[in-house]
Design a protein around this ligand. Sequence first.
Ligand SMILES: Nc1nc2c(c(=O)[nH]1)N[C@H]1C(S)=C(S)[C@@H](COP(=O)(O)O)O[C@H]1N2
Ligand SMILES: [Mo]
Length: 326
Amino acid sequence: MNVIIPRRWNRPSREITPEGIFLNRRRFIQTMGLISAAGGLLPSACGAQPLDTATTGWASGEEDLTGGGLYPAPRSERFQGISGRALTDERVAATHNNFYEFTTSKPEVWRLAQDFETRPWQVEVAGLVDAPRTWDIDELERDFPLEERVYRLRCVEAWSMVVPWTGFPLRELLRRAQPRPEATHVRFVSVLRPEQMRGQRRETWYPWPYYEGLRLDEAMNELALVVTGIYGHRLPPQHGAPVRVIVPWKYGYKSPKSIVRIELVAEQPGTFWNDLQPLEYSFLSNVDPTVPHPRWSQATERVVGSGERIDTLPFNGYGEWVADLY
Ligand SMILES: Nc1nc2c(c(=O)[nH]1)N[C@H]1C(S)=C(S)[C@@H](COP(=O)(O)O)O[C@H]1N2
Ligand SMILES: [Mo]
């Protein structure tokens, strides 16, 4: 059962990471003066690598780029791209992050997260299941066939991106755990590691660790993804390495990063933002252009990178998959 298929042999051709991303990234790094700031680290640390990753914090070293041959994973046939919308440039996505464990300042997350240790790492699947298990991240990455899916990402703050994630359906992991009939919801818990996460040390008014939740039927929808990679390589720290969940029809905060525990429970669990501000952040938080946030409209969104303003779609464009859940 655990035969590892050499994915690179049957990998379809890729358009997801066009030349432009590499070229743009080079230009970006030069513009930011990172080459000189890093004191010549770039040429020596990168060696023959095709990507300038060592100084950027969005993947470093051969192991993080390929995961020993797991990345890039085959592209999903059904989620190859989004018509009329360009893929967000990797350097843009990697330098505009919400990850409050490090800082609330989006452009600074990537730098503050650079030294976050993402291996070894374990994820516990527990609670109301017949087959609880603690997964080592390396087992998790190998035991489930990885695929790449391009999804829209819509933050509640009214900005959006289009991102190629690598992962596998959450329902595959849940099925392995064999949820008991009384399980109704799934709870996710992110890591608590204040010694490596500056925001957890300084912003002590937040109820760390970050936690989120879904109804079990939502978690079993084929769109809900366990994510270990982005742009054809392993997740870098700022995107929630080594493993996060992506729930593309909900506002971004429903997609918890750097998770350590997935728990099946018998009632609606509390969630970080809902517990902090229930009037602003509901438990469901499905993307809905007709329901404004108390402090701003959700009718449109700003495309990060181009700055274009576009209409927000119900369920973030995924109504075909999820509308019948509600
Ligand atoms: N643990 C944790 N997960 C989190 C967050 C966070 O602060 N902590 N921010 C959320 C928000 S608000 C968004 S928009 C997305 C951003 O994901 P990205 O930085 O990979 O684009 O992550 C979500 N997951
Ligand atoms: Mo967000």
